[in-house]
Design a protein. Structure first.
Length: 190
C-alpha cells in the first residue's frame, strides 16, 4: 500500500474522476520509490552471498551481531531466488549470517549487485505518521505536476530566468523538514 492513497491524491489535485485510478496509483508508487528508501528501517544491505549445499551465507559490510540473531525470521529480497523470501537465521558471524536455501548446489562467495536487502521485524508503520503522509502527498503532487507541465516552472518577467526543474535534487529537500526525525542516518552520506 502506498503512503499516499489514490483518493487522497485525487482530492488534493481536484481532478475528480478525470484520470483512471491506475494513472494516479503510478504517481503514488513513484513517490514511495523516492521517499521510502531514505526512511530508517530495520534492514541491512547484502553485499555478497554463497552457499554449500542447502546452507546459504549472506555477507554484509558492517558488524551485524547487534542487528541479527540465531532463530530470527528475516525477509531477504534482491539476493536471488535461492535466498529471497522469509528465512530463519541459523548462524550469525561478525559480518555474515547463514540460512537454509532452496537449492542443493554449491556456489562460492560472490558479489550481489545491486545490493540485496535483509530486513528484520519493522517497528514503525510510516503510513500512519502524519508528517510522512504529508511529505508523500507533496512529492506525489510535484510528480503529477511535472507530468502535466514538463517545464513546470515559470520564467520570471524581469530576468527571463527559468525556475529549477521540479524533479531535480531539491525534490526530497523540500520535504526534509517533515522527514527529519525519520531519516536513516545511513541515507544522509554525501
Amino acid at each position: 500500500m502506498s503512503v499516499t492513497t489514490v483518493a487522497e491524491l485525487r482530492t488534493a489535485l481536484g481532478v475528480g474522476t478525470l484520470y483512471a485510478d491506475a494513472v494516479l496509483q503510478s504517481v503514488c508508487d513513484a513517490a514511495d520509490d523516492v521517499l521510502l528508501p531514505f526512511l530508517w528501517k530495520n534492514q541491512q544491505p547484502i553485499v555478497a552471498h554463497g552457499n554449500v549445499g542447502t546452507v546459504g551465507t549472506l555477507y554484509f559490510d558492517e558488524d551485524i551481531r547487534d542487528v541479527f540473531y540465531v532463530g530470527q525470521s528475516v525477509v531477504i529480497s534482491g539476493a536471488g531466488t535461492k535466498y529471497n523470501g522469509t528465512k530463519t537465521i541459523t548462524k550469525v558471524g561478525i559480518k555474515d549470517f547463514s540460512i537454509t536455501t532452496t537449492h542443493t548446489s554449491s556456489n562460492p562467495k560472490h558479489t550481489v549487485a545491486p545490493f540485496g536487502i535483509a530486513a528484520a521485524e519493522t517497528y514503525a508503520d510510516y503510513t500512519t505518521i502524519p508528517a510522512i503522509q504529508e511529505a508523500s502527498l507533496m512529492i506525489s503532487i510535484d510528480i503529477w505536476q511535472s507530468r502535466q507541465a514538463p517545464s513546470s516552472g515559470g520564467v520570471s518577467i524581469d530576468g527571463f530566468t527559468p525556475s529549477p526543474y521540479r524533479m531535480g535534487n531539491t525534490l526530497l529537500a523540500r520535504v526534509r523538514g517533515l522527514l527529519a526525525p525519520y531519516l536513516d542516518p545511513r541515507s544522509m552520506v554525501g
